[in-house]
Structure formats: C-alpha cells, structure tokens
Ligand binder design. Structure first.
Ligand code: NAD
Length: 308
C-alpha cells in the first residue's frame, strides 16, 4: 500500500480507502459476514481509512461496520462518517440534528470519537445553513474531542467550492468526478488546496458503471453513459482485462487526492481492488477505452436543489 498526507490534518492515509456503502445493501443484498470479512481484508492489506454514513442502508452500513471493527485497535484506522442525510429525500443540517446524529453514529460504530465528520450531500440542503449552522456545530464537537476533523461531501463541485470558501473545512469528498468518465475533481483540487482543504475522491467505478455487472437501476447516469460504459467493459473483456481494474487504478493514481474510496462487500473484490490500485495500466488499452468513452466524457448529471 502507498500512503499520502490528508492535507493539513497531517494524517497519513492509504491511497485506496474502504467505502462502506455496500455494507448497507446499497448495490445488492449483502451477506453481512462477507461484508465484515471485506472490511478486515482491506485493513489487513494496508487500507487505513474508512468512509460510511447513517444514510447507507438506513443505518445498516454503520451497524455492520461497527461489528467489523469490533476488537480492532482504534488507533489503527481512520474513521469517517457523515451527518445531514438520512434517506432519499430526508436531509437535516440543523445544529441540533447534526449533534444528535454524531452521538447515534458513535454508538453504532462502537467508538468514542470520529476522525472525520462530513456534511453529507450538501447540494440537497440550504448551503447557507451548512456553512453557518452545521459546520460550526461540528467544530464545537471537535473542541469536545468527539470528532477530530470536519468536512463536506457532494456531487456538484460548485456547491462544494462555495461552502469551502464560506466556512473552512478540513476535507472535501466528491464521487464519480474523477473516473474514466469524468475528470472534473482533479481540476478543482487547487481551489481546495489553496484553502488548506484535503480532497478525497470516491466511486472509482462510477458507482458500478465501470464494472462488468454495470450500474444498479437507481443509478443517475443516462442511457448514453451506461451504453458507452458497457461498450468499454466489453472492450476490456475482449482484451482479457476487467474494466474495474483499469477504473480503480485510473481514479486512485493522482497524488493530488489523499485517498480514493472504493466500495465492496466482497473480500475477493476488495483484495483485487488493493492490488489493482498499485498496478500500472497498459497505456494502449487506456487509449482505446478513452476512445470508446469520448462521446460521454465529462457528462455530469444534475444533483441537488436547482439553486445550488
Ligand atoms: P464504487 O465506484 O466504488 O462502486 C461500487 C460498486 O462496484 C459496487 O457495486 C461494488 O460491488 C462494485 N465493485 C467494487 N469492487 C469491484 C471489483 N473489484 N469488481 C467488480 N465490481 C466491484 O462506488 P461507491 O461504493 O458508491 O463509492 C465508494 C465509496 O465512496 C462509498 O462506499 C462511500 O463510502 C463513498 N461515497 C460517498 C458519497 C458521498 O459522500 N456523497 C457518494 C458516493 C460514494
């Protein structure tokens, strides 16, 4: 494993992080014991940063993750969870709710502190409230020692840059914005770095688009993106490669990202992901994949409130 510094936090984090949303059955029904083994496999292979949220599986992912981490030295991993999103359309960035949410997450995760607490999918909230109410409430929890660092997450980079400029944040996480299909997050890094905010990348497989199985039915990508992704997956298969391998390596490679979170509830896939993150891709294959994806490169779907 390779490690990078998480901005001004000084934390050293693995270049590939464990994304726990599949533990909530977000992509497919899960076998909890396999999910727990997937977490432990990741840790055994040097992954030391884990991202979860009360939203994933309506608290199930946090509960399963808490079981997976039980008995493991608390100082051996960096734990990030979130506040503010609880359901498809259930958002609450009020100070009272985010403080209560941290307590609930601590109980489910079986710990007395969180390393990173993030406002989840801020583009669905009132950005003014996120900056003026939720983040200051989380800073007070930081003073109490319940959380070590504070961040924001979301899909549209405009909402993230806006809030990061209004209220200092230690970390920002965006997903599907630096993959074989989109490069926008890398271009946004200087904006965040200038404010001392570390950038975390997520969803190297584009939430399943860039895998042999393809995206789940709820995925927001339009047909053209799904079809181009499927064509790229076939191209890789014809060359004897899994597109997921190319996708993981591509997203995790830039050192401008402290880490890239990949999600899996399968120990085998997690072991492959770690190996793939470290293995260079055949440059000719990459050029051919990029040709197939060129017509949809940079497509970004709408997400959040129209005013954000
Ligand atoms: P991803 O791109 O990591 O894809 C996950 C999907 O790919 C799952 O279906 C998984 O089973 C499959 N997969 C994983 N490894 C595979 C392999 N080796 N071969 C084939 N298929 C494989 O998407 P994700 O899980 O949504 O994102 C990763 C993590 O990033 C999440 O779990 C979450 O922690 C974080 N995230 C955060 C936000 C947010 O804060 N708004 C949004 C998206 C993701």
């Amino acid at each position: 494993m390779q490690y990078r510094t998480l901005g001004k936090t000084g934390l050293r984090v693995s270049m590939l992080g464990y994304g726990a949303s599949p533990l909530g059955g977000v992509f497919a029904p899960i076998d909890q014991d396999a999910g727990i083994r997937a977490v432990r496999t990741a840790l055994d292979l040097g992954v030391n940063i884990i991202d979860v949220s009360p939203y994933y599986g309506a608290t199930v992912a946090e509960t399963v993750l808490g079981r997976a981490l039980h008995g493991i030295d608390r100082d051996s991993y960096i734990l990030a969870t979130k506040v503010g999103r609880y359901g498809e359309d259930d958002f609450d960035f009020s100070a009272a709710r985010v403080v209560a949410s941290v307590e609930e997450s601590l109980a489910r995760l079986g710990t007395d502190h969180l390393d990173i607490i993030q406002c989840h999918d801020i583009e669905f909230g009132d950005l003014g409230q996120v900056a003026a109410e939720a983040l200051p409430a989380l800073r007070r929890l930081q003073e109490e020692g319940k959380v070590r660092f504070v961040g924001i997450t979301g899909y549209p980079l405009e909402a993230l840059t806006h809030v990061a400029a209004e209220a200092p944040v230690d970390t920002v996480l965006s997903y599907c914005r630096y993959t074989l299909l989109d490069r926008a997050l890398l271009e946004a890094v200087p904006h965040f770095a200038a404010r001392g905010t570390a950038v975390m990348n997520a969803s190297p497989l584009g939430m399943g688009l860039l895998s042999q199985r393809g995206a789940p039915p709820w995925h927001p990508a339009p047909a053209a993106v799904r079809e181009a992704s499927a064509a790229a997956a076939r191209l890789c298969a014809d060359r004897g490669t899994d597109i997921a391998q190319v996708a993981v390596r591509f997203a995790a490679e830039p050192s401008a990202f402290a880490t890239t979170f990949v999600g899996s509830a399968s120990p085998g896939n997690m072991a492959r992901n770690v190996r793939w993150a470290l293995e260079p891709t055949d440059p000719e294959l990459l050029v051919d994949i990029e040709k197939v994806l060129a017509p949809v490169l940079g497509y970004a779907w709408p997400s959040g409130r129209p005013e954000n």
